[in-house]
Write a protein that binds this ligand. Structure first.
Ligand SMILES: Nc1ncnc2c1ncn2[C@@H]1O[C@H](COP(=O)(O)OP(=O)(O)OP(=O)(O)O)[C@@H](O)[C@H]1O
Ligand SMILES: [Mg+2]
Length: 541
């Protein structure tokens, strides 16, 4: 069983704020109706009057009372709140455009002080968080309203049940996991989006079709322009070498279960993978989704700051909110340095936005209680802000070096098999000798290029053909020697190598090796021996 997030719900968070006499609260959510419904329930429970304002309708009482108040002017609306009696919660819908007017801002600041002496709270409800700096201090809190929970999504799905054919209804009754999968399929969407997705599936397939639901969700998430929902899953056995990292990941494959919590294990936070290009960092990120049986969300950090969609602050919040709603999930942040590089100096260039966004990301990373595992990758360590590397941010920092002999053996083996060739028919030692300095990506490239050459000449792929093709490929490591050396130097004291230095196979390893397709041959012939001096990784540059 996967454990539920231990996060407080937005409704109880707001309740705490009201109890603590916070007078001005900013709620961010695109789901006005859903939030207001929660607020209505809260006000009924706490016997507070709920009055909701909009520019078109003025005030309307939604709980513990009735009636309307024809005050459409924003200034007068604030006055109305100040005049109100008793315990009350006021909601101003879409008020953010008026926060551009100095008089309104001033009035709100004064109101915040006055309201503190009363039993009234004022909420601004808007799809975006847009606060002028003068108000930032007066607004007591910003609540980022969570996306729908499992229970809410399930209610939306069940509403459609009467329209479903009897077969679907029977399936839901007889197989409790069916509804669970349907609900999981729509996590991360707003309630309206989830309802639409279910309705579309009903119209198209006359049932809750998981494929339709996931396909729709993928598109909705992609449309946000920040995240991509990954479905195609690389197998864990597609990764050659990297024994230390594999072992680390395999040990944590059940770390999100309630059994692990009961055992006293902390929730894994995430890892940072840095290293030489083409050494399988992205490949590993994708394979973790499959190994842990969790959905994988890929974040394009560049787009957070790109300015094409929303503001950067809004964007990082959306990403976190979506990942937490889908959780347990893996959030894969590829090429982290592209977004967060130079946060130190950005104060001068972008008004500190990058630093602020980075700070909120770091805080979330450190304090998150939801089962979102972050996998970040980076090539250029020099560009990463040092705060990111401090203890407590990531569980571990792994360094991906160029593959050594035995890892190359494993990688060549994998790529020959992928092309339906039998590795035992190749002289792997000869190929390993010819490929020092080659990254995993270059080894793959070499196999493909040699296949083309063989196809062209009418022969099948063989060792000689591969060795000949290799002569034409100049590995990146040759042109990037200095950068790679610098990276190794950096990693020596700050990161853990992803690949094994010593290849001693313990009994314990034998279990996972068999299960995940690692073999003695693809891990190298030193397995089982005490590697002694040879165990020390030899740098081959
Ligand atoms: N250890 C490996 N085992 C098997 N294949 C590998 C390995 N390393 C790289 N490859 C192959 O090379 C391809 C590209 O690697 P990948 O994109 O994961 O590298 P990367 O470290 O993310 O590179 P970059 O730093 O340029 O983003 C993979 O899809 C895979 O086919
Ligand atoms: Mg990559």
């Amino acid at each position: 069983m996967i454990q539920d997030t231990s996060k407080r719900s937005s409704k109880s968070e707001l309740e705490d704020l009201i109890k603590a006499r916070y007078s001005l609260i900013y709620i961010t959510s695109p789901e006005e109706q859903r939030v207001e419904e929660s607020l209505r329930k809260l006000c009924v429970e706490r016997e507070m009057r709920l009055e909701v304002w909009s520019i078109t309708e003025g005030f309307k009482v939604l709980a513990n009372g009735s009636g309307v108040r024809d005050v459409k002017d924003p200034m007068k609306a604030i006055d109305h709140v100040l005049r109100g009696e008793g315990r009350a919660l006021y909601v101003l819908r879409d008020f953010h455009p008026f926060l551009k007017e100095p008089a309104v801002v001033r009035r709100l600041r004064d109101a915040a002080t006055e309201l503190r002496k009363t039993k009234k709270s004022l909420c601004i409800l808007s799809p975006v968080t847009k606060l002028p700096p003068e108000l930032e201090k007066s607004v007591s809190a910003v609540v980022d309203w969570e996306l729908p929970t499992r229970a809410e999504i399930e209610t939306a799905a069940r509403k459609l049940l009467p329209n479903a054919p009897p077969a679907t209804q029977q399936q839901i009754e007889s197989d409790p996991t069916f509804m669970e999968h349907v609900v999981e399929g729509a996590l991360g969407l707003t309630l309206v989006e989830a309802e639409n997705v279910f309705a579309k599936s009903m119209v198209r397939t006359h049932t809750f079709d998981l494929e339709t639901i996931l396909e729709e969700k993928k598109q909705i998430i992609r449309k946000s322009g920040l995240l991509e929902y990954y479905e195609h899953r690389e197998e864990f056995s597609d990764i050659g070498g990297m024994d230390i990292l594999k072992d680390w990941l395999i040990k944590r494959r059940n770390a999100f279960s309630s059994r692990a919590r009961d055992f006293g294990l902390p929730l894994p936070k995430g890892i940072l993978m840095i290293g030489v290009p083409g050494t399988g960092k992205s490949l590993t990120a994708k394979a973790v989704g499959a190994l842990w049986q969790m959905p994988l969300l890929r974040l394009d950090v560049g787009k957070i700051f790109g300015g094409l969609v929303g503001s950067s602050e809004e964007n990082i919040r959306t990403v976190i909110k979506t990942a937490e709603a889908i959780a347990p999930a893996v959030l894969w942040i590829d090429e982290l340095e592209k977004g967060f590089s130079g946060t130190g100096s950005s104060g001068q260039t972008d008004g500190g936005t990058t630093s602020r966004v980075f700070a909120s990301f770091i805080t979330w990373l450190q304090e998150k209680t939801s089962p979102v595992f972050v996998i970040a990758t980076a090539n250029n360590v020099q560009q990463l802000p040092p705060e990111l590397l401090r203890k407590g941010r990531f569980d571990e920092i792994f360094f991906f070096d160029l593959p050594d002999r035995e890892d190359r053996r494993a990688i060549i083996d994998i790529h020959l098999r992928k092309k339906k060739r039998d590795p035992s028919k190749f002289d792997l030692d000869k190929l390993i000798d010819a490929t020092s300095d080659y990254s995993g990506a270059e080894l793959e490239q070499a196999v493909i290029a040699a296949l083309y050459d063989a196809f062209d000449t009418g022969n099948d792929l063989d060792t000689e053909g591969l060795v000949n093709t290799l002569k034409d490929i100049v590995p990146l490591a040759v042109t990037m020697r200095e950068q790679i050396d610098a990276m190794r130097e950096w990693a020596k004291t700050r990161a853990r190598p992803a690949a094994a230095r010593s290849r001693v196979q313990s009994k314990k390893d034998a279990g996972w090796m068999a299960k995940y397709g690692a073999t003695k041959s693809n891990l190298g012939d030193k397995v089982g021996e005490n590697a002694g001096d040879d165990g020390e990784r030899k740098l081959e540059l």
